[in-house]
Unconditional design. Sequence first.
Length: 243
Amino acid sequence: MKFKLTSIIVGAIAIAVAATPLSAKADDTTSGTGSVVTQQSPHSPYAQLNLTQQQQDQIAQIKSNTRAQISQVLTSEQQNQLQAATSAGQKQWTAFKSLNLSNEQKDQIKQIRELSRQQIDALLSPAQQQQLRASHRRHSPFAGLNLSQQQQDQIAQIRSSTRSQIQQVLTSEQQNQLQATIQAGQKPRAAFQSLNLSDQQKNQIKQLWQSARQQMKAVLTPEQRQQIQARIQQRQVQPTPNQ
């Protein structure tokens, strides 16, 4: 059976290209006033950190400030549009995508989120920071493969090289759009599909992905390749949430 890593490599590289902050994005919804509101869900990266009440209160305050600042970046029309879209059941990333944010707005929101990330990271103990990083690693496409340190280093280098090459293919506007859509919750593959890539860009990125796939495949042992192949087959037979 032919081994394929495409779907896994696409997700891994897309997330790297988007450079999503380490401390995962807030779970954003909208309030009745149209402001962006943060909700803690059971799937929040902070849910398993055993935060003290003081930490929870401080993080809540940071998130409150962050949503207020992001709300100020949006025009009244965009706030109303965002509220209407999410109230109608539209996913958050799709709603944000429909706002047609200007490059200036995207940059402002990026800076606001980065500052929020830094403030929240500063509240966490070293052990909690390590636990948060471990949580992100568990969601890695290569989680559970028991990669050696050498394999991890090799894969990291492949990702870094591929990331740089893909960024050179994308325009500045496309890079900003990719980051904004992934930070808003869109899956990496869908985020790339929304960039309106030219045929030339598609071919270039396809070649880069194929090269990365082959390089990463060469790093893995036959047993590790079989583990990934088994995951792919399992995903193919699992029903989607809407089924």
